[in-house]
Design a protein around this ligand. Structure first.
Ligand code: G4P
Ligand code: NA
Ligand code: NA
Length: 190
C-alpha cells in the first residue's frame, strides 16, 4: 500500500535494526485519514469471504481494525490485556510474551462476543515474531470460530512471524512489508 509506505518513509523512526517507531501515525498519535485508507484496503483484500467479526488486540490494533470493520460492516472485538486474571468465568484466555517489552501478559475475550458461528478476520498493527498472532489464534480457536485471514499493517518480514503463519496455511495480507531496518534505513520487500 503506497500511501502507508510513504508515511513510513516520511515519519517512521528506525530505532535499531529490529524496531521501527511509528508513534507519529499509528502507535501514539493516529492519522485518521490513513487509518481509513488502511481499513478500505483490508476490506478490499478480504471481501467476499463471509467475515462476521474482526478480532484485534488493544491498544494499537484497534484503530485499523475499527476502520476495516466499518468498511466490511462487521463488529470489532479487541482482546484485552491483563497483568493477571482472577475472574476467568466466561472468558477465553491465553498468555503472550512480548519481546519488545520483556513482559508476559494475559489476553482475554468474553465468550459473549465470539462463538462457533463466527468467521473471523484478525487484524494487528505489527507482525514481528508472531507471539501476539499465536495468542489470538489460540483465543479464537477456544471459541470454535474459524479464521478467514490475518491483516497486518506493518510486517517485519525478517522476523519469523510471517513465515510461521504462512507455514500454518493462514492467509496473511500485510500492507507494508519490511525486508530490513539495517543501517537506519527502511527497506521494503517489494
Ligand atoms: P510479536 O507479537 O509479533 O511477537 O511481537 P513482539 O512480541 O516483539 O511485540 C510486542 C509489541 O510490540 C506489540 O505491541 C507489537 O505490535 C509491537 N511491535 C513489534 N515490533 C515492533 C516494531 O518494530 N515497532 C513498533 N512500534 N512496535 C512493534 P503491543 O505490546 O501489543 O503494544 P500496543 O502498541 O498494541 O499497546
Ligand atoms: Na504495538
Ligand atoms: Na499490537
Amino acid at each position: 500500500m503506497e500511501a502507508l509506505k510513504q508515511k513510513i518513509r516520511e515519519q517512521g523512526l528506525v530505532l535499531s535494526d529490529q524496531v521501527l517507531k511509528v508513534d507519529a501515525f499509528l502507535n501514539h498519535q493516529i492519522d485518521p485519514r490513513l487509518m481509513q485508507q488502511i481499513g478500505h484496503e483490508f476490506a478490499e483484500r478480504f471481501a467476499g469471504l463471509g467475515i462476521t467479526k474482526i478480532v484485534t488486540i488493544e491498544a494499537s490494533g484497534i484503530a485499523p481494525a475499527v476502520m476495516a470493520g466499518l468498511e466490511l460492516g462487521v463488529p470489532v472485538i479487541f482482546a484485552r490485556k491483563y497483568q493477571s486474571l482472577t475472574l476467568k468465568d466466561n472468558l477465553y484466555i491465553s498468555s503472550v510474551f512480548s519481546f519488545t517489552k520483556q513482559t508476559e501478559s494475559t489476553l482475554a475475550i468474553s465468550a459473549k462476543h465470539l462463538g462457533a458461528d463466527d468467521h473471523v478476520l484478525m487484524i494487528d498493527d505489527f507482525l514481528a515474531n508472531g507471539h501476539a498472532a499465536r495468542a489470538l489464534i489460540d483465543l479464537i480457536g477456544q471459541s470454535g470460530a474459524s479464521i478467514a485471514g490475518i491483516g497486518v499493517v506493518i510486517e517485519k518480514s525478517f522476523q519469523r512471524g510471517r513465515a510461521e503463519l504462512d507455514a500454518q496455511g493462514y492467509r496473511v495480507e500485510s500492507l507494508a512489508r519490511i525486508a530490513s531496518l539495517d543501517d537506519g534505513q527502511v527497506r521494503f520487500l517489494d
